[in-house]
Design a protein around this ligand. Structure first.
Ligand code: PMP
Length: 356
């Protein structure tokens, strides 16, 4: 039986993506070859790469606006250092918003290149909210933020107007809600939430920002080299990129980001309403900053955990435990999670109430 997968990532993808990916492993485009054995320089794969890069820009509304989409390796974690390598001047400064573990990891890596200045942090409250009042120095090289904090279940609902380029780690909410993406100089995201399987990282960058740091950059870490090579500087992650293309095509069929946003809002509203109504549970994130992707919540009485755990597991739900730094539960409701899965979880929460 297919499980209701609430995993934070890698995570659920559309069923049709699993099916088409499986078919391509056996025979890609009726070529008599598996997607796993074809050359990345083959005509068929070059077409996949071109379509995937173009579709990313189309879905984000960034076509013809000076942006390039790249499929990189190394996860979002490698971008923590590629961003300062490519955008921070020698011993330069950049503003960072500290909203959680991943933001912190980005700050740590930036220290190898210059001075990341933390403009605001919610660390003292274990990252239960998004800081809102902060100033970004106009002479910084860029401002870095994390749009959605996968572990803590908080999400930036608005983005500041900045005089400097805005860089955003959108790993866990890219393609999930309408945003004016042209406000950003650089966006990056590991594929393994809303875009595809692990193994590819999306980078969307405004090309005019590159080549200004005065530093020499090793080839594999240089965005300009990857752009010049049309995202094929070395062998790209062929299969994750193909599966990402299938997911992007599926998303387009759902009405693009605006279409899926409606479903995402419906799913989140349903679950948060139950968290707030049910006296056995409480949410961990500030209400105005609650993520529509990752809902974090606790049992008010920990002794109910064994019963709740056995109920959701026997209902066919998977991946619900929270991250160890928050505890409790985390329901990750990425684009491909159907509304019915949320209805089921809500029913199980109600069932717990009747059994106590
Ligand atoms: N940023 C965010 C917001 C994340 O959720 C994650 C992983 N869950 C990362 C960065 C790290 O991504 P990766 O494992 O692809 O390096």
């Amino acid at each position: 039986m297919k499980k209701h997968n609430y995993s934070a990532g890698p995570c659920i993808l559309p069923q049709e993506v699993f099916e088409k990916s499986a078919a391509a492993i056996l025979d890609f485009n009726n070529s008599g070859l598996s997607i796993l054995e074809i050359s990345h320089r083959s005509k068929d794969f070059v077409a996949v790469m071109e379509e995937a890069r173009a579709l990313v820009l189309e879905l984000l509304g960034l076509q013809g606006k000076g942006y390039q989409a790249l499929f990189m390796h190394g996860g979002a974690s490698l971008e923590f250092l590629m961003v300062p390598y490519n955008l921070m001047k020698q011993n330069g400064k950049a503003a960072y918003l500290d909203t959680g573990t991943w933001a912190n990891n980005a700050i740590k890596e930036a220290r190898f290149f210059g001075e990341p200045m933390v403009v605001a942090s919610s660390k003292a409250s274990n990252y239960t909210f998004i800081p809102k009042d902060f100033a970004i120095p106009v002479d910084d090289d860029y401002f870095h933020c994390t749009s959605n904090n996968t572990i803590f279940g908080t999400q930036m609902k608005s983005f500041p107007e900045t005089a400097v380029p805005m860089v955003c780690d959108m790993s866990s909410d890219i393609f999930s809600r309408t945003i004016d993406f042209s406000k950003f100089g650089l966006i990056y995201a590991g594929a393994q939430k809303n875009m595809g399987p692990a193994g590819a990282t999306l980078v969307v960058i405004k090309e005019e920002l590159l080549g200004r740091t005065g530093r020499e950059i090793p080839s594999m870490l240089d965005y300009q080299k990857h752009i010049a090579a049309e995202s094929m500087y070395n062998t790209p992650s062929v299969f994750p990129i193909y599966a990402s293309l299938l997911t992007l095509q599926w998303l387009k069929g759902q009405g693009g980001i605006a279409g899926i946003e409606k479903v995402n809002e419906q799913k989140a509203a349903l679950l948060y309403a139950e968290i707030d109504r049910n006296p056995l549970f409480r949410g961990t994130a500030a209400v105005e900053d609650r993520s529509i992707m990752n809902a974090t919540f606790l049992l008010n009485d920990e002794s109910h955990a064994p019963l709740f755990d056995s109920l959701w597991k026997s209902a066919g739900i998977s991946g619900l435990p929270g991250h160890r730094s928050v505890g409790g539960y985390r329901a990750s409701m990425y684009n491909a999670l159907p509304l019915e899965s949320v209805e089921l979880l809500v029913a199980v929460m109600k069932e717990l109430e009747t059994k106590i």
